[in-house]
Design a protein around this ligand. Structure first.
Ligand code: MGD
Ligand code: MGD
Ligand code: SF4
Ligand code: MO
Length: 674
């Protein structure tokens, strides 16, 4: 048996180190790598049997050509030569008639490896295709953090161990960031308290001492209420503020007075006494640490919410203590020079930008030119993009030529004219950095490609040749590209153990001494007041909402990751489209536990099995997971309810800023569907 190193490729902050056990050419076991300093040898249940995904009976093994109506899933196998030839012919026709901007790439988080994730960029730049604005995940969170902290290095997650008050704010850590539980447990053993601030009692409540339920989209008001109490009772760290913060006095004088606990209670649904108590305990903590998730940023006020929350540690001086601060995501973009892969220089001129959250709009309404060719890779927008009815309507357009490069016949692939089989991460090489820690790693290909599958990099090299793009960049292997990146390490990377990195070991990016007090903003201070912002001081405003009865919270399910792992029967056998509702609300509506219900709004409707639960507050309903249609009772999943509206800043998604009505399934024939 051979043991080889690899990295979990999924869009998860933990980016675990893997040990792959190989017998002959076959992977027989996958384990966590104990040498990985953050993930320390453990994996989540999804990846503990990664071999079941790699060798799934459902893997696509050959290219496929559509042989039935769009969406029917009828395909016939073809050779790679035929498939690439056909794509090139179609694209040349589209370019001749409409111009290259009529071709749109669509990709996101299937793999986080820098080479495979970005492999399409140099190709589509060379082609002159439309550019995709990849803002489906958390740009509003990044924006809010940067508005206050600029380019400041985010705290190391290991700081959690030294905190005495840990706040899991809008993060379902047991599903999405499980390895911090290790650090949290170390802190708890030393007496730290853990708060969970969420919209319902998520499974993460299990590791929390106190659960605070906030009305969806109102966290900014809660933070202003806490700051009001801190200012009123003179609990701010004046010494720290004088040295390191700008704008606290202005905030305290002009914004905070109206956010009394009573006023904030009305907005958030949290009792005024609790707000007082939270503020006092936060201010009294030695080293309070906020681990902030993305949930609260996916609202019409999301960027501002994050901006307000980011002011809390500044006012209390949390940054000066080991264990204090706020972590929205680690700042590892500077580890590798990604321009060496994306090759923006291959672009002749900047082409139009299409926002990925508005795919439904782009496919149906955008003209001059219309989208005539769509190339989807590393993503499953039929399921994961908002406003599913509009997305499916667009994908069904007969004149749209769609290519999907995938590991499985997803709902998106079902609408393709040509499907190309993709490798899993064990079948190609890559470079990884993380957004939840500071470890980087190179992963070599572990096994040969399953079936005829090819990596993203390989396919774009074939497409470049077929489209007559005569650029030597596309004539190298992915390993050669990785070698060339490692041959020109950034100054940060040079400080790591480069030789170990080249050989495929996990290595730590070092952080400078005292990095937490080096505030990299134009003023050199933490900017509660930011003169470059339209609103120089933070302020609260309402999220969008819809004209409907219940807030719909659609949070992550621990068994799947976005729509990845839906292929795994062992993980997804049952309990898929569940809608949780407070028992009081259910009784009032005459709905019973276990019955089928329909959640609907102006955009569409989806069928769920109702589960009454006291963990969900009144006026909120919860569904976990983003499910393939085969796991749905009806013909749509959760994104039929979400909208294409964008966040206040940075054009992010607003998946949580949604309201729905809920009725018994038997009554649903009365709703107008779209
Ligand atoms: N198992 C699993 N792991 C995953 C994923 C998955 O789908 N499943 N997705 C991956 C991806 S792509 C990402 S971006 C990360 C995201 O992971 P996180 O950063 O944890 O963010 P979310 O999963 O979007 O949402 C987390 C929580 O926000 C809560 N929430 C929603 N609205 C509000 C609000 O207004 N206020 C507060 N306080 N809380 C709110 C939700 O109930 C949920 O519990 O996780 C990654 N990891
Ligand atoms: N309702 C709702 N919708 C959401 C969210 C939510 O919380 N609620 N979360 C949103 C967030 S944060 C995100 S990031 C998006 C993510 O949405 P997507 O980007 O669609 O991510 P996945 O659903 O994981 O789909 C990735 C696909 O890529 C394929 N794949 C994996 N590796 C490769 C590869 O190497 N090459 C190719 N060609 N394909 C590969 C996988 O088989 C999988 O089908 O979803 C968003 N959608
Ligand atoms: S999905 Fe996340 S927790 Fe699970 S193995 Fe991958 S990186 Fe680790
Ligand atoms: Mo995401």
């Amino acid at each position: 048996m051979e043991i080889l190193r690899s990295v979990c490729p999924y869009d998860c902050p933990d980016t675990c180190g893997l040990l792959i056990y190989k017998e002959g050419e076959t992977v027989v076991k996958v384990q966590g790598d104990p040498e990985h300093s953050f993930t320390r040898g453990t994996l989540c249940p999804k990846m503990a049997h990664y071999e079941r995904t790699v060798y799934s009976k459902r893997r696509l093994l050959t290219p496929l050509l559509r042989s039935g109506p769009k969406g029917s899933g009828a395909f016939t196998p073809v050779s790679w030569e035929e498939a690439i030839g056909l794509i090139a012919d179609k694209w040349k026709g589209i370019i001749a008639q409409y111009g290259a901007e009529a071709i749109l790439p669509y990709s996101y988080a299937g793999t986080m490896g820098l080479v495979q994730r970005n492999a399409g960029h140099p190709f589509f730049y060379s082609l002159g295709a439309s550019r995709l604005e990849r803002t489906i995940c958390s740009p509003a969170k990044d924006y809010g953090w940067k508005a206050v902290m600029g380019q400041t290095i985010a705290p190391h997650p290991g700081e959690l161990q030294a905190s005495d008050l840990i706040i899991l704010w809008g993060i379902s850590a047991l599903a999405t960031d499980i390895h911090i539980v290790h650090d949290i447990n170390i802190a708890k053993a030393k007496g730290a308290k853990v708060w969970l601030i969420d919209t319902y009692e998520t499974p993460t409540a299990k590791i929390s001492d106190q659960v605070i339920l906030v009305r969806p989209g109102s966290d900014g008001a809660l933070a202003l209420g806490m700051l009001h109490v801190i200012a009123r009772d003179k609990l701010a760290d004046q010494h720290f503020i004088r040295q390191y913060v700008q704008g606290y006095e202005e905030l305290a004088a002009t914004v905070l007075p109206q956010y009394t606990p009573a006023a904030v209670s009305k907005i958030t649904g949290i009792a005024a006494g609790t707000i007082e108590e939270l503020a006092r305990q936060y201010a009294a903590a030695e080293a309070p640490f906020i681990r902030m998730g993305s949930g609260l940023s996916r609202y019409g006020n999301g960027a501002m919410t994050v901006r307000i929350l980011t002011c809390l540690p500044a006012v209390c001086g949390a940054w000066k203590k080991n264990g204090g601060g706020v972590l929205t995501g680690t700042t590892t973009a500077g580890a590798f020079d990604s321009k060496l892969i994306t090759r923006e220089d291959l672009q002749k001129s900047a082409t139009r930008l299409i926002n990925m959250n508005e795919l439904g709009h782009a496919l149906n309404e955008v003209k001059a030119p219309p989208v005539m060719g769509l190339y989807v890779y590393s993503s499953n927008p039929a399921i994961t993009a908002p406003d599913q009815n509009r997305v499916l309507q667009g994908l069904a357009r007969e004149e749209l030529f769609t290519v999907v490069h995938e590991r499985f016949l997803t709902d998106t692939a079902n609408y393709a004219d040509v499907v190309l089989p993709a490798t899993t991460s064990l079948e190609h090489s890559d470079l990884y950095r993380a957004y939840g820690h500071y470890v980087v790693q190179r992963a070599f290909k572990v096994i040969n490609a399953v079936g005829q599958s090819k990596s993203n990099w390989e396919v774009f090299c074939l497409l470049a040749a077929a489209m007559g793009i005569d650029e030597p960049f596309f004539q190298q292997t992915e390993d050669a590209l990785i070698d060339s990146i490692l041959a020109k390490p950034t100054s940060w990377l040079q400080q790591t153990e480069m030789e170990k990195l080249r050989q495929g070991y996990p290595v730590d990016l070092p952080l400078p001494d005292e990095y937490k007090l080096q505030f990299q903003t134009p003023s050199g201070k933490i900017e509660i007041i930011n003169p470059r912002e339209e609103d120089p001081l933070p302020k609260y405003f309402e999220p969008y909402g819809d004209k409907a009865e219940f807030w719909l919270v659609n949070s992550p399910d621990a068994r799947i990751l976005d729509s990845s792992f839906n292929e795994r029967e062992d993980l997804t056998k049952n309990n898929t489209m569940i809608l949780q509702m407070n028992p009081g609300d259910a009784a009032q509506k005459g709905l019973k536990d276990g019955q089928l219900v329909v959640a609907w709004n102006e955009r569409g409707k989806a069928v769920f099995t109702l589960k009454t639960s006291a963990k969900v507050p009144a006026a909120v309903v919860v569904t976990e997971g983003v499910w393939w249609l085969e796991h749905a009772v009806g013909d749509r999943s959760v994104n039929v309810l979400t909208s294409q509206r964008l966040t206040d800043k940075a054009k992010g998604s607003t998946f949580y800023d949604v309201k729905v009505n809920v009725i018994a399934h038997t009554d649903s024939c009365h709703i107008e569907g779209r």
